[in-house]
Write a protein of this length. Structure first.
Length: 346
């Protein structure tokens, strides 16, 4: 069965090239930017929990900043600011020395030791994003069969590999490009529509084989800069993993019947791994308007790709008119209590 899956992975229905064009003709775009614009983060109300836990604060930066300020206060006037700050960046994040030196140089030129200024430079350098890219690249190389030693892997990559090995998953492929593009067919009126624009494509991080239940596991890897993952970011990750699942089944329909998806998040602070089975998400009016590919699938066809909840297509709220309210008005006898109704009918 595993050999069959490996063979089918080499023959997709839709081929996405390096320029993200479907079959070399139809241009496509990614799904991350659209999800970022529609699933926005809303700051929760103040409560009894600490902000670092509730808001998902960038603890990776806070640990570095506290150590840097403490080092500056203890040192003498002959402090080599750039060298010491770069050393702390490498110590707390493990990024390349070039990135650490660039951050230290920008902070020195800024001339402001406040946390706000340091955080702006930190986010501008995208340090935690670079760490996530390194972890993603290392895991993809390992799944593609490239040799690697434990000394060259980041701690987050080792934690993810241990978690994947704990579940007994075997690597099949990595970085598989999939798309939601679909031509019109004669299944129903909705499936007979012309392909909607724009066309969306994405990349499945890891594809693994689960010998325990003979299923294909689609793994979405995410890194996080805090200890806990706030619910808004988690909701966005779940949407992304579910859309990737649907697009994978659309690109490889012969594998759709025994596919499963899993979201794995690792903390850059504690190296804690959180594994979440992907469940179907709501297709709200806003999501339906943004992702036009949903217009080319009826509920039955989408259910063949991935699990779909009964309330997947939630229509926008419609205000009732006086005429509709009069039609929905209950008869006078039925609006009474049951006892009074039966007494009136005697």
């Amino acid at each position: 069965m595993k050999a069959y899956v490996e063979k089918q992975l080499k023959s997709p229905v839709w081929v996405i090239d390096g320029r993200w064009r479907v079959n070399g003709e139809v241009a496509s775009r990614g799904i991350t930017a659209v999800l970022d614009s529609h699933l926005k983060y809303h700051k929760p109300r103040a409560g009894s929990f600490k902000q670092s836990v509730r808001y998902g604060t960038n603890l990776l930066f806070l640990r570095f900043f506290r150590a840097a300020i403490s080092m500056i206060k203890r040192s003498s006037k002959a402090l080599n600011f750039e060298a010491e700050v770069a050393r702390l960046v490498v110590r707390f994040t493990g990024v390349r020395e070039e990135t650490a030196n660039a951050f230290a140089r920008s902070w020195r030129r800024r001339g402001d030791l406040s946390k706000r200024a340091a955080l702006q430079i930190w986010n501008g350098a995208g340090i935690h994003l670079q760490i996530g890219s390194v972890v993603d690249r290392q895991l993809k190389e390992l799944f593609r069969g490239k040799a690697a030693t434990a000394e060259g892997l980041r701690p987050e990559s080792i934690a993810l590999l241990c978690h994947i090995g704990k579940h007994g998953l075997l690597p099949l492929d990595a970085g598989v490009k999939v798309t939601g593009y679909k031509l019109a067919d004669g299944h129903c009126s909705r499936c007979g529509l012309e392909p909607s624009t724009p066309t969306f494509s994405t990349e499945v991080d890891l594809v693994a084989w689960n010998p325990a239940n003979s299923t294909v596991e689609l793994i979405e890897i995410k890194t996080y800069k805090g200890l806990t993952l706030d619910k808004y970011t988690l909701n966005k990750y779940r949407y992304q993993a579910w859309l990737s699942w649907i697009m994978f089944a659309n690109t490889f329909p012969q594998l759709a019947s025994f596919c499963r998806a899993r979201l794995i998040v690792v903390s850059l602070v504690s190296r804690t791994v959180l594994s979440i089975p992907v469940a179907p998400r709501r297709i709200t009016g806003k999501i339906l308007k943004s992702f036009g590919c949903f217009d080319n699938w009826c509920r039955q066809r989408m259910a063949l790709c991935a699990p779909v909840p009964t309330n997947a297509y939630r229509l926008p709220h419609r205000k009732s008119t006086p005429a509709s309210r009069s039609r929905l008005k209950m008869p006078v006898g039925l609006r009474r209590s049951s006892n009074s109704f039966f007494r009136a009918s005697k």
